[in-house]
Design a binder for this molecule. Structure first.
Ligand code: FE2
Ligand code: FE2
Length: 258
């Protein structure tokens, strides 16, 4: 992952993140040509199903924007708050891209799915930091699946569009990692971050691997390879946040990162 940091302080530059998201916001939607005939019926139906489930996951959680605006968190400023709004818009753009992909495959969008309902319920369980951690995990899952799917698809506009989402998700993951570097500054908050990251990550990965295994197999991607990719990204998110030296310690267990 590339880092957007203030070179003077080594702290995240939320102004740079705001500029990054601003620079991306006016991109037109890609043209995705009809591609139903590139797949056998079974693979096409599985692809439609999986892309439809990803579409439900990408259909924004607009409430996080207001929650971040109202929250009093250390290490953030108005540029961060504005960036979160732009990040949610970018996820909305992904949802529209996935809608175009399903149409290009001659399919209909799923109206609901149990995995997206589980994701929504877990996301709303605790406070704003837990919600942002669930979004970080969602980036990891999305990055692993989109990246794996892209490898398995034939060359064409569908594959290119998924490649574009992979590039965005890399930035999103880094954005959330930068946020948690500003939150995990005490013994307890680092412990909370690590526990939440691995427990939510393991649960989300298991659900997603079960739900999309047949689709991955249909495009020639082995499920263990996707699992390995998720584990590598979880490890990176762990190390990148917790590699910072401890700033201060506290005996207050209520100070948590999620
Ligand atoms: Fe996305
Ligand atoms: Fe994302």
């Amino acid at each position: 992952m590339n880092s957007i940091e203030d070179p003077e302080t080594s702290k995240p530059s939320w102004t740079s993140w705001r500029s990054h998201f601003e620079s991306q916001r006016h991109r037109p939607l890609p043209m995705i040509r009809p591609c139903a005939d590139m797949f056998e019926d079974h693979a096409r139906e599985l692809l439609i199903r999986s892309l439809g489930i990803f579409h439900l996951g990408e259909c924004g959680e607009g409430r996080i924007v207001q929650q971040v605006r109202d929250a009093h968190l250390p290490g953030i400023d108005d540029d961060y708050r504005h960036s979160v709004g732009l990040f949610v818009r970018e996820e909305g753009r992904h949802a529209r891209m996935l809608q175009l992909m399903v149409r290009a495959l001659d399919g209909d969008l799923a109206r609901s799915n149990w995995t997206s309902r589980v994701f929504t319920v877990v996301r709303r369980l605790f406070g704003v930091r837990f919600k942002l951690l669930v979004l970080l995990v969602a980036e990891i899952i999305g990055l692993a699946f989109y990246g794996s799917l892209r490898r398995g698809l034939p060359h064409g506009s569908l594959r290119s569009a998924i490649g574009e989402m992979v590039r965005d998700e890399r930035f999103h993951l880094e954005f959330h990692v930068e946020f948690f570097r500003t939150q995990a500054t005490t013994t307890w908050s680092r412990l909370a971050y690590r526990s939440c990251l691995w427990s939510v990550g393991a649960g989300a990965a298991t659900i997603a691997l079960v739900d999309h295994a047949r689709t991955m197999n249909a495009v020639g991607v082995r499920t263990p390879a996707v699992a390995k990719r998720i584990a590598g990204l979880l490890l990176a998110a762990d190390r990148l946040v917790l590699s910072e030296p401890l700033v201060r310690t506290t005996s207050n267990p209520s100070t948590t990162a999620c």
